[in-house]
Design a protein around this ligand. Structure first.
Ligand SMILES: Nc1ncnc2c1ncn2[C@@H]1O[C@H](COP(=O)(O)OP(=O)(O)OP(=O)(O)O)[C@@H](O)[C@H]1O
Ligand SMILES: [Mg+2]
Length: 277
């Protein structure tokens, strides 16, 4: 399989008055044209890993890696301008909080068509048609109406789908989807997953799918990275997730609810300091 992305020893650090916070501590993986899941508890560095690949960490963040290569391009040595031209067009990221990621004073239609028109020379009318088709593809029932709304006028789930439409419209080669379906109900969630799945199989897109939902990841992805305290503690085939060896992964699996089974007391994760070492 051709490699789309190589990440070797990625680190993200934040200097603060009381010392350096290490958000990502030496993450390595490769991605082909496949679906890679990243799971791990809150604060384990999943979003920071995605943002570092996108080049969307705040200016005071210290990002380093032995290799950060996308399709032959060394992401750490190109200019900010070159990086911007990759973003949205060839690499896209669906951010965790659509409410903060959409521009509050711009209509949804304008935001989606702007993505397109930044990267392609197409007419206004054509951009509008493609935006409407994309909104329909992410199961927005009344695309014509939603097109003219502002972000605060749509629900959280709709906002998330708008973000997804915006990210997919330019046909990226790599999509980083950070909890893309967490605000959606189960049926819409499946529709959105199907859209992403189609892009992977038909257009050969590479997908990094960040989620808390182990069951969803194991059924939807090809491979899974398990993160803990800024590190990858285990890498598995998604179908083999239930055979995970690492005690942290085993703990996560053990905490999954089982329908029809009553659990008293509820299991809790016990964390060992040596897992973070
Ligand atoms: N701007 C920042 N300054 C300092 N520390 C930060 C900053 N942004 C993130 N961090 C820290 O980086 C660590 C990893 O955060 P990250 O958002 O990647 O977690 P996550 O795995 O995505 O969690 P969640 O599942 O809750 O989304 C956290 O400890 C967080 O406090
Ligand atoms: Mg996150």
């Amino acid at each position: 399989m051709t490699t789309l992305l190589t990440v070797d020893n990625l680190r993200v650090r934040y200097p603060t008055r009381t010392g350096v916070i290490e958000a990502v501590r030496g993450v390595s993986f490769t991605l082909g044209r496949e679906r890679l899941g990243i799971v791990g508890e809150s604060g384990s560095g999943k979003s920071q890993t995605g943002r570092a690949i996108m080049g969307l960490t705040p200016p005071h963040a210290l990002v380093s890696a032995d290799t950060l290569n996308f399709s032959g391009i060394d992401l750490l040595s190109i200019s900010a301008k070159q990086r911007r031209s990759l973003r949205g067009k060839r690499i896209a990221m669906v951010l965790q909080d659509p409410k903060y990621s959409l521009d509050p004073v711009m209509t949804i239609g304008k935001q989606i068509t702007e993505t397109l028109r930044t990267h392609e020379t197409i007419s206004k009318g054509e951009a509008r048609d493609r935006a409407l088709a994309m909104l329909e593809a992410v199961q927005i029932r009344d695309p014509g109406r939603v097109y003219d709304l502002h972000p605060h006028e749509v629900s959280g789930g709709m906002g998330q789908r708008v973000m997804i439409a915006m990210m997919l419209i330019a046909g990226p080669e790599l999509l980083i989807a950070d909890e893309p379906t967490s605000a959606l109900d189960v049926t819409v969630q499946l529709d959105v997953l199907k859209i992403m799945d189609k892009l992977v199989s038909e257009r050969g897109m590479g997908l990094i799918f960040v989620s808390h939902d182990l069951r969803l990841v194991s059924s939807f992805c090809d491979r899974v990275l398990v993160m803990y305290a800024g590190k990858v503690v285990e890498e598995l085939k998604a179908s083999e997730l239930t055979n995970a060896q690492h005690p942290y992964t085993r703990g996560l699996l053990n905490c999954m609810p089982v329908i029809g089974e009553s659990r008293h007391p509820l299991p809790v994760l016990d964390r060992k300091p040596e897992w973070a070492a």
